[in-house]
Design a protein. Sequence first.
Length: 262
Amino acid sequence: MVVAALAGAMALVTPCRAAPEEIQVYMDEMDQPGHFGLDTHINDVTAGTPTDDYPGQQQALHRLRITPEFSYGITSDLEAGLYLPLATLDGQGRLDPGGVKTRLKFIAPRRPGQNWWWGANFEIGHVNHKLDINPWNAELKGIVGTRLGKWTLAENANVDFVVSGPAAHSPEVEFDTRVAYAMTRKVSLGIESYNGTGTFAHFGAVRDSDQAIYAVADLDLGHWALNLGVGHGYGTNADRTIVKAIVSLPLERIMGRRNAVD
Protein backbone atom coordinates (compact mmCIF):
# COMPACT_ATOMS: atom_id res chain seq x y z
CA MET A 1 0.00 0.00 0.00
CA VAL A 2 2.87 2.34 0.81
CA VAL A 3 4.52 1.46 -2.51
CA ALA A 4 1.31 2.25 -4.39
CA ALA A 5 1.02 5.61 -2.64
CA LEU A 6 4.61 6.50 -3.54
CA ALA A 7 4.08 5.50 -7.17
CA GLY A 8 0.97 7.65 -7.36
CA ALA A 9 2.77 10.65 -5.90
CA MET A 10 5.65 10.29 -8.39
CA ALA A 11 3.19 10.19 -11.28
CA LEU A 12 1.75 13.52 -10.18
CA VAL A 13 5.05 15.28 -9.60
CA THR A 14 7.34 16.27 -12.45
CA PRO A 15 10.99 15.94 -11.33
CA CYS A 16 13.37 18.87 -11.80
CA ARG A 17 15.33 18.41 -15.01
CA ALA A 18 19.11 18.62 -14.81
CA ALA A 19 21.38 19.85 -17.61
CA PRO A 20 20.61 17.69 -20.67
CA GLU A 21 23.10 15.94 -22.94
CA GLU A 22 22.85 18.79 -25.47
CA ILE A 23 22.31 22.47 -24.75
CA GLN A 24 21.57 24.01 -28.11
CA VAL A 25 19.04 26.13 -29.99
CA TYR A 26 18.33 24.40 -33.29
CA MET A 27 18.67 26.51 -36.43
CA ASP A 28 18.86 25.74 -40.16
CA GLU A 29 22.20 23.93 -40.31
CA MET A 30 21.89 20.68 -42.28
CA ASP A 31 24.32 18.11 -43.68
CA GLN A 32 24.46 17.97 -47.45
CA PRO A 33 22.67 14.93 -48.94
CA GLY A 34 24.86 11.86 -48.64
CA HIS A 35 27.30 13.53 -46.22
CA PHE A 36 28.07 12.82 -42.56
CA GLY A 37 28.66 15.21 -39.65
CA LEU A 38 29.83 14.91 -36.06
CA ASP A 39 29.08 17.31 -33.20
CA THR A 40 30.38 16.47 -29.74
CA HIS A 41 28.30 18.01 -26.94
CA ILE A 42 30.10 18.64 -23.65
CA ASN A 43 28.64 20.23 -20.53
CA ASP A 44 29.49 20.36 -16.84
CA VAL A 45 27.49 21.63 -13.85
CA THR A 46 30.13 23.45 -11.81
CA ALA A 47 27.86 24.92 -9.12
CA GLY A 48 24.41 24.06 -7.86
CA THR A 49 22.33 22.17 -5.35
CA PRO A 50 22.28 18.36 -5.12
CA THR A 51 18.86 16.92 -5.97
CA ASP A 52 17.12 13.73 -4.91
CA ASP A 53 14.10 13.36 -7.19
CA TYR A 54 14.10 9.55 -6.97
CA PRO A 55 16.27 6.75 -5.51
CA GLY A 56 19.34 5.98 -7.61
CA GLN A 57 19.45 9.33 -9.42
CA GLN A 58 22.87 10.50 -10.54
CA GLN A 59 23.65 13.98 -9.21
CA ALA A 60 24.05 16.64 -11.89
CA LEU A 61 26.44 18.69 -9.74
CA HIS A 62 30.05 18.16 -10.92
CA ARG A 63 28.86 15.70 -13.56
CA LEU A 64 30.51 15.94 -16.97
CA ARG A 65 28.36 14.93 -19.94
CA ILE A 66 30.04 13.97 -23.23
CA THR A 67 27.75 13.09 -26.13
CA PRO A 68 28.88 12.49 -29.72
CA GLU A 69 26.12 13.31 -32.21
CA PHE A 70 26.52 11.63 -35.60
CA SER A 71 24.40 13.08 -38.41
CA TYR A 72 23.64 12.23 -42.02
CA GLY A 73 22.00 14.26 -44.78
CA ILE A 74 19.17 12.19 -46.28
CA THR A 75 17.95 14.95 -48.61
CA SER A 76 18.48 18.71 -48.75
CA ASP A 77 15.54 19.09 -46.35
CA LEU A 78 15.88 16.02 -44.12
CA GLU A 79 18.67 14.99 -41.74
CA ALA A 80 19.03 12.01 -39.39
CA GLY A 81 21.01 12.03 -36.17
CA LEU A 82 22.28 9.51 -33.63
CA TYR A 83 23.49 10.42 -30.13
CA LEU A 84 25.75 7.60 -28.98
CA PRO A 85 26.60 7.28 -26.19
CA LEU A 86 24.91 9.74 -23.79
CA ALA A 87 27.98 9.38 -21.59
CA THR A 88 28.44 10.85 -18.11
CA LEU A 89 31.44 11.17 -15.83
CA ASP A 90 30.31 11.80 -12.24
CA GLY A 91 32.07 13.63 -9.42
CA GLN A 92 33.77 10.40 -8.30
CA GLY A 93 35.24 9.77 -11.76
CA ARG A 94 32.83 6.95 -12.69
CA LEU A 95 32.08 6.73 -16.41
CA ASP A 96 28.64 5.60 -17.51
CA PRO A 97 27.49 5.09 -21.13
CA GLY A 98 24.10 6.59 -20.19
CA GLY A 99 21.98 5.66 -23.19
CA VAL A 100 21.24 6.39 -26.83
CA LYS A 101 18.99 8.79 -28.73
CA THR A 102 18.04 9.25 -32.38
CA ARG A 103 16.49 12.19 -34.21
CA LEU A 104 15.03 13.31 -37.54
CA LYS A 105 15.25 16.98 -38.53
CA PHE A 106 13.32 18.77 -41.27
CA ILE A 107 13.93 22.29 -42.61
CA ALA A 108 11.43 23.51 -45.20
CA PRO A 109 12.73 24.50 -48.65
CA ARG A 110 13.33 28.22 -49.09
CA ARG A 111 12.72 30.54 -51.98
CA PRO A 112 15.70 32.44 -53.43
CA GLY A 113 16.54 35.39 -51.18
CA GLN A 114 14.44 34.14 -48.27
CA ASN A 115 16.29 34.94 -45.04
CA TRP A 116 14.04 33.08 -42.63
CA TRP A 117 13.37 29.40 -42.06
CA TRP A 118 11.07 26.99 -40.30
CA GLY A 119 11.18 23.29 -39.55
CA ALA A 120 10.80 20.57 -36.96
CA ASN A 121 12.85 17.96 -35.15
CA PHE A 122 11.71 14.73 -33.51
CA GLU A 123 13.84 12.82 -31.00
CA ILE A 124 13.34 9.59 -29.11
CA GLY A 125 15.79 7.92 -26.80
CA HIS A 126 16.48 5.45 -24.03
CA VAL A 127 18.52 6.31 -20.92
CA ASN A 128 19.49 4.34 -17.85
CA HIS A 129 17.91 4.78 -14.44
CA LYS A 130 20.67 7.09 -13.20
CA LEU A 131 19.68 9.80 -15.69
CA ASP A 132 15.89 9.52 -15.67
CA ILE A 133 13.32 7.50 -13.79
CA ASN A 134 11.51 7.04 -17.13
CA PRO A 135 13.72 5.05 -19.54
CA TRP A 136 11.99 6.07 -22.79
CA ASN A 137 11.38 9.75 -23.58
CA ALA A 138 10.73 11.80 -26.71
CA GLU A 139 10.69 15.41 -27.85
CA LEU A 140 9.00 17.29 -30.68
CA LYS A 141 10.69 20.59 -31.50
CA GLY A 142 9.38 23.43 -33.66
CA ILE A 143 12.12 25.53 -35.30
CA VAL A 144 11.91 29.10 -36.65
CA GLY A 145 14.58 31.73 -37.27
CA THR A 146 15.91 34.55 -39.40
CA ARG A 147 19.13 36.37 -40.31
CA LEU A 148 18.98 40.16 -40.51
CA GLY A 149 22.34 41.52 -41.52
CA LYS A 150 24.80 40.56 -38.77
CA TRP A 151 22.00 39.46 -36.43
CA THR A 152 20.67 35.92 -36.07
CA LEU A 153 17.45 35.19 -34.20
CA ALA A 154 16.10 31.69 -33.61
CA GLU A 155 13.33 30.16 -31.54
CA ASN A 156 12.52 26.55 -30.62
CA ALA A 157 9.24 25.38 -29.11
CA ASN A 158 9.76 22.01 -27.40
CA VAL A 159 7.25 19.45 -26.19
CA ASP A 160 8.88 16.73 -24.06
CA PHE A 161 6.89 13.65 -23.17
CA VAL A 162 7.32 10.27 -21.53
CA VAL A 163 7.05 7.29 -23.87
CA SER A 164 7.44 4.61 -21.22
CA GLY A 165 8.22 4.61 -17.52
CA PRO A 166 6.89 4.46 -13.97
CA ALA A 167 6.47 8.23 -13.50
CA ALA A 168 4.49 9.36 -16.53
CA HIS A 169 3.30 12.98 -16.45
CA SER A 170 1.73 15.60 -18.64
CA PRO A 171 4.03 16.70 -21.53
CA GLU A 172 6.40 19.54 -20.62
CA VAL A 173 6.69 22.71 -22.72
CA GLU A 174 9.86 24.77 -23.13
CA PHE A 175 10.83 27.73 -25.33
CA ASP A 176 14.48 28.18 -26.33
CA THR A 177 15.74 31.45 -27.79
CA ARG A 178 18.99 32.49 -29.45
CA VAL A 179 20.06 36.04 -30.33
CA ALA A 180 23.56 36.41 -31.81
CA TYR A 181 25.61 39.12 -33.48
CA ALA A 182 28.44 38.43 -35.97
CA MET A 183 31.48 40.36 -34.74
CA THR A 184 33.49 39.09 -37.74
CA ARG A 185 32.93 36.46 -40.42
CA LYS A 186 34.34 33.83 -38.06
CA VAL A 187 33.24 35.01 -34.60
CA SER A 188 29.76 35.67 -33.23
CA LEU A 189 28.59 36.45 -29.70
CA GLY A 190 25.14 35.97 -28.31
CA ILE A 191 22.63 35.02 -25.65
CA GLU A 192 20.68 31.78 -25.38
CA SER A 193 17.78 31.24 -22.99
CA TYR A 194 15.99 28.00 -22.11
CA ASN A 195 12.64 28.61 -20.45
CA GLY A 196 10.25 26.00 -19.13
CA THR A 197 6.59 27.04 -19.13
CA GLY A 198 5.01 24.14 -17.28
CA THR A 199 3.11 21.18 -18.67
CA PHE A 200 0.03 20.74 -20.84
CA ALA A 201 -1.94 20.30 -17.63
CA HIS A 202 -0.42 23.38 -15.97
CA PHE A 203 0.74 25.56 -18.85
CA GLY A 204 2.22 28.92 -17.86
CA ALA A 205 3.68 27.69 -14.56
CA VAL A 206 6.96 29.50 -15.22
CA ARG A 207 7.87 29.87 -11.55
CA ASP A 208 7.55 26.11 -11.11
CA SER A 209 9.79 25.31 -14.11
CA ASP A 210 13.50 25.18 -14.91
CA GLN A 211 15.02 28.32 -16.45
CA ALA A 212 18.54 29.02 -17.73
CA ILE A 213 20.38 31.76 -19.62
CA TYR A 214 23.76 31.48 -21.36
CA ALA A 215 26.37 33.82 -22.79
CA VAL A 216 27.68 32.09 -25.91
CA ALA A 217 30.41 32.45 -28.51
CA ASP A 218 30.66 30.71 -31.89
CA LEU A 219 34.01 30.31 -33.60
CA ASP A 220 34.52 29.24 -37.22
CA LEU A 221 37.91 27.51 -37.27
CA GLY A 222 38.00 26.49 -40.90
CA HIS A 223 37.20 22.81 -41.25
CA TRP A 224 35.75 22.63 -37.75
CA ALA A 225 33.72 24.90 -35.47
CA LEU A 226 33.33 25.56 -31.76
CA ASN A 227 30.38 26.77 -29.67
CA LEU A 228 31.16 27.83 -26.09
CA GLY A 229 28.78 28.96 -23.38
CA VAL A 230 28.50 29.75 -19.68
CA GLY A 231 25.03 29.61 -18.18
CA HIS A 232 23.10 30.36 -15.02
CA GLY A 233 20.13 28.28 -13.91
CA TYR A 234 17.25 29.81 -11.97
CA GLY A 235 13.62 29.13 -11.15
CA THR A 236 13.42 25.48 -10.07
CA ASN A 237 16.71 24.70 -11.83
CA ALA A 238 19.12 23.25 -9.26
CA ASP A 239 22.08 23.77 -11.63
CA ARG A 240 23.33 27.28 -10.92
CA THR A 241 26.43 27.41 -13.14
CA ILE A 242 26.77 25.32 -16.29
CA VAL A 243 29.64 25.32 -18.78
CA LYS A 244 28.92 23.97 -22.25
CA ALA A 245 30.72 23.35 -25.54
CA ILE A 246 29.84 21.90 -28.93
CA VAL A 247 32.78 20.78 -31.06
CA SER A 248 31.89 20.28 -34.74
CA LEU A 249 34.45 18.07 -36.47
CA PRO A 250 34.89 17.32 -40.18
CA LEU A 251 34.04 13.62 -39.86
CA GLU A 252 34.38 12.79 -43.56
CA ARG A 253 37.69 14.67 -43.80
CA ILE A 254 39.06 12.76 -40.79
CA MET A 255 37.87 9.44 -42.22
CA GLY A 256 39.41 10.34 -45.57
CA ARG A 257 42.77 11.07 -43.98
CA ARG A 258 42.72 7.78 -42.07
CA ASN A 259 41.91 5.87 -45.23
CA ALA A 260 44.75 7.64 -47.02
CA VAL A 261 47.17 6.68 -44.23
CA ASP A 262 45.95 3.06 -44.23
